[in-house]
Write a protein that binds this ligand. Structure first.
Ligand SMILES: [Fe+2]
Length: 109
């Protein structure tokens, strides 16, 4: 959650290395996921249809931001895509073991 009472939170006193930047981007991704969760929870918790529509629309925009950050992370860290694909393949293997079909849009095999 934002900590607006501290004006120095998140201020880095120097330029970050690429490694530090990659870690910062991971925090940004986490913040986007948190925002999606909060907006959807608030949409679920209101009977106001306009507010729910706006909240769900913004949640979808945050999901796009996650994609932007994920792509940036892939560019900053050349091995990132391999780790993501490895994780996706592990889930695909578990799904196959359980007799489920792979979900459309999955990465890997
Ligand atoms: Fe965002």
């Amino acid at each position: 959650m934002p900590e607006f009472t501290n004006p120095f939170i998140g201020v880095v006193p120097r330029k970050m290395t690429d490694s530090e930047l990659a870690r910062a981007i991971r925090l940004n991704i986490a913040a986007e996921h948190e925002a999606v969760h909060i907006y959807l929870a608030h949409a679920d918790a209101t009977d106001n249809p306009l507010a729910a529509k706006v909240l769900r629309d913004i949640a979808d925009e945050e999901r796009q931001h996650i994609g932007e950050f994920m792509r940036l992370l892939s560019i900053l860290l050349p091995d990132e895509d391999a780790f993501l694909a490895e994780g996706a393949n592990e889930v695909n293997e578990m799904a196959e073991e359980m007799g489920n079909q792979k979900q459309s849009g999955s990465k890997g095999k």
